[in-house]
Write a new protein. Structure first.
Length: 475
């Protein structure tokens, strides 16, 4: 029974360990998560959607428009009856309908230019969003490597503290038996205190590094978070001195989006000049409409009544009274749908607008468009220069970090040999504890320097991979 319980505990512990390992964040997971939750990238996506809508709107402007209108109301005082166009003194209730359509037959190419410019701006927006994503990926990779560096430095600090504690315990035993003078204890206690301080600094560095990575991922403080700690391998077959900055730049221009985005913005600005010049040309539009109306005062003749009218006339200068029969029409209110049918009208026509003088607004807009082209040409050159500068700095950094790493390897090898020799000499009584601690401090400092050099060189190599179009991974 005890064996079964023990087996269950082992199984449960193994399962929890596996789940914990599965929940650790890899570099790829960090980059993906940061990309999906970045506010800057979400803003870029919204801007891309807006550019898509602008393109769609410009494309649909080639189609005719169609609008319907309905109005109704009541007129007071001396007004015009909308069905008879005659003056009336009583209140009139009215109702009208209209259906209008129109299409631009010729507009100086403005619709075509609008569509083409919105296409370039959409492509530029997508490339700029990709640039934002790439920059975020580099920042996350740097923060991720910083956490790995801090973690390794913490391990070294803990190991150094453990060794210092063991050495202090050992010297205490030697002092108790009289093999060492009591003053050597103070040297080891001082070394132990320094190692305790170094441990606290390493812990703080790890906390800060984790915080920076969390902030890139927008993960709140206190949320369980742990990253994978893969074995760091520095590629040894990379000839960093043989990489040409110009060749790397030429390749990066074709691969990376920032220069392409600037080129698309420049193309859009050139279309802006054509858009402005199109306003100098006449426009021709075709229009058509249907309309009808109703008035509550409209009347229709239903018949005639015969009425005798007395009228005085003069015959031989003598007044004579005569009775004359006169037909008087009788009226009734005209039905609603009868009015709508009888008042139905149509129109079809062309409208030509010829610009003559518009306060020089068009010419000013053309000059502004030309300035926009100049500005975008400068922005494109700035993007190229910025990319070239980044590549040159990266190559300089990777060459320097390679030499620094080689020097750090030699320094660690020499410091380790010196410490081993000092330890043997200390055991023989040839040197004192201060000299031994100095040798150990030099060796531990060399270890830390080598770790920093490895991570710095690795990140610089990953930057070179990035400019060569390769994904940033730690495989």
């Amino acid at each position: 029974m005890l064996f079964l319980r023990f087996s269950f505990i082992l199984l449960l512990f193994g399962s929890l360990t596996m789940v914990k390992a599965q929940n650790r964040w890899s570099l790829q997971k960090c980059v993906t998560y940061a990309t999906e939750n970045s506010l800057a990238i979400k803003q870029s996506i919204a801007q891309i959607r807006n550019a898509e809508l602008t393109l769609k709107q410009n494309q649909l402007s080639r189609l005719p428009n169609l609008n319907a209108g309905v109005s109704g109301g009541y007129q007071f005082g001396r007004t015009i009856d909308p069905t008879t166009n005659s003056f009336a003194l009583e209140g009139i209730g009215f109702n009208s309908y209209s259906l209008n359509t129109g299409i631009q037959v010729f507009g100086g190419g403005i619709i075509k230019h609008n569509i083409l410019r919105s296409k370039y701006e959409l492509e530029a927006g997508k490339l700029e969003a990709e640039t934002t994503e790439n920059n975020l990926g580099l920042q996350v990779a740097a923060a991720y490597l910083n956490v790995l560096l801090a973690d390794e430095q913490l391990v070294i600090a803990k190991t150094r503290l453990f060794q210092s504690q063991n050495q202090l315990n050992q010297i205490n035993r030697f002092i108790e038996v009289g093999a060492r003078p009591i003053n050597e204890r103070y040297d080891f206690e001082a070394a132990l205190a320094l190692d305790q301080q170094a441990l606290i600094e390493a812990e703080n560095f790890l906390i800060r590094s984790n915080l920076i990575l969390r902030q890139f991922l927008l993960i709140p403080d206190g949320t369980p978070f742990d990253i994978e700690k893969p074995e760091i391998k520095i590629p040894e077959d990379v000839d960093v001195d043989g990489i040409s900055a110009n060749e790397l730049f030429v390749g990066a221009v074709d691969i990376l989006p920032q220069v392409k985005a600037a080129e698309k913005r420049l193309q859009a600005a050139n279309i802006g000049i054509l858009q402005a010049k199109a306003n100098l040309l006449p426009t021709l539009s075709l229009f058509a409409s249907l309309r009808s109306n109703f008035s509550n005062q409209a009347r229709t003749i239903t018949g005639f009544d015969v009425t005798k009218v007395k009228q005085n006339v003069f015959i031989n200068n003598l007044p004579v009274a005569l009775e004359i029969e006169q037909n008087v029409p009788t009226f009734a209110k005209k039905e609603y749908f009868d009015q709508v049918r009888e008042n139905f009208g149509q129109s079809l026509g062309l409208q030509l607008n010829i610009p003559i003088y518009n306060n020089r607004q068009v010419k000013i807009n053309i000059e502004r468009a030309k300035l926009g082209v100049i500005s975008n040409e400068v922005a494109k050159e700035q993007a190229r220069q910025q990319l070239r500068t980044e590549i040159e700095q990266t190559l300089t950094a990777v060459r320097a970090s390679q030499r620094t790493l080689e020097a750090a390897n030699l320094s660690l090898k020499a410091a380790t040999a010196a410490f081993e020799n000092a330890q043997k000499r200390y055991e023989l009584g040839a040197i004192n504890s201060l000299e031994l601690n100095t040798a150990r401090t030099n060796m531990e400092r060399a270890k830390s320097d080598r770790i920093r050099s490895r991570f710095q060189h690795l990140f610089n190599l990953k930057q070179v991979d990035f400019y060569q179009g390769r994904p940033i991974t730690l495989d």
